[in-house]
Design a protein around this ligand. Structure first.
Ligand SMILES: Nc1ncnc2c1ncn2[C@@H]1O[C@H](COP(=O)(O)OP(=O)(O)OP(=O)(O)O)[C@@H](O)[C@H]1O
Length: 233
């Protein structure tokens, strides 16, 4: 049994009289410790899949199993716990609390975890040991994203979900963030799923899920993922 398994997952949104099928029968599997990339054009359904996988949205049909548990059958209370303890999220625009320091932003997450990692260690992991007491406005975009990653990692989640984590960053900074995510995946064995519209990222992934019109257009198992440094943007 795979660590993550989606079977015939469907999600529709009703906009007045119109029904939009955002996810239209999606199947894929990801193993524990995989670095997986979900790639595809705008509107393909990538964010919807990630939100469902992270317990932030419900599905209409299908089954999602994570670590042997059928989360598609979860009540809203169970989903809250799932989000709190099992999932780390990283967003495009960091979503940091502006009047808290970098360290305090990370502590916020570790405080609600059952089995948190040590905050100072995580700050060191993401390369921000010397910037812990800075506020978000005193940090560059790349550094703010490192804080956001530290915040997600500090919870010690089963799954790290990243929605366009480099979308607001220049190419070099984006690469350094991807390197951090890939290194974290390799060194901790954490399962990482990254959404992107940038096909260049596929070379560094173990699993590539290419989406189009709410469906999986292509699923690739990459036996020889390369390091970020070798990716051409
Ligand atoms: N809350 C919502 N209400 C109505 N329609 C929605 C909602 N969320 C997503 N959709 C629609 O579902 C489809 C898939 O959207 P989704 O955001 O998952 O795509 P995406 O691949 O992540 O695109 P992008 O790269 O632009 O973020 C789109 O047509 C979108 O307009």
């Amino acid at each position: 049994m795979s660590y993550i398994k989606l079977e015939k997952v469907k999600k529709r949104y009703k906009m007045g009289e119109v029904i939009i099928t955002a996810v239209d029968g999606v199947d894929f599997e990801i193993e524990q410790g995989d670095f997986a990339v979900v790639v595809g054009p705008s509107g393909a359904g990538k964010t919807t899949v990630l939100n469902i996988l992270g317990g932030m949205d419900s599905l209409d049909e299908g089954i999602i199993t994570v670590d042997g548990r059928d989360i598609s059958g979860y009540s809203s209370k169970m989903l809250t716990e799932y989000r709190r303890y099992d999932i780390g999220f990283v967003f495009q625009f960091y979503n940091l609390v502006q009047n808290l320091t970098a360290k305090e932003n990370v502590e916020l997450a570790s405080q609600i975890s059952k089995d948190p990692l040590e905050v100072e260690k995580v700050m060191e992991m993401v390369g921000l040991k010397d910037r812990m007491n800075n506020f978000p406005s005193q940090l560059s975009g790349g550094e703010q994203q490192r804080v956001a990653i530290a915040r997600a990692l500090a919870k010690n989640p089963k799954l790290l979900l990243c929605d366009e984590p480099t979308g607001a960053l220049d190419d070099q900074t984006g690469k350094s963030i991807l390197k951090l995510l890939q290194d974290t995946c390799r060194s901790t064995g954490m399962t990482v799923v990254v959404i992107t519209h940038n096909s260049a990222l596929t070379g560094m992934a173990d699993k590539i899920i290419r989406m189009r019109n709410g469906k999986v257009a292509e699923f690739i198992v990459n036996e020889n993922p390369v390091s970020v440094e070798r990716i051409e943007w």
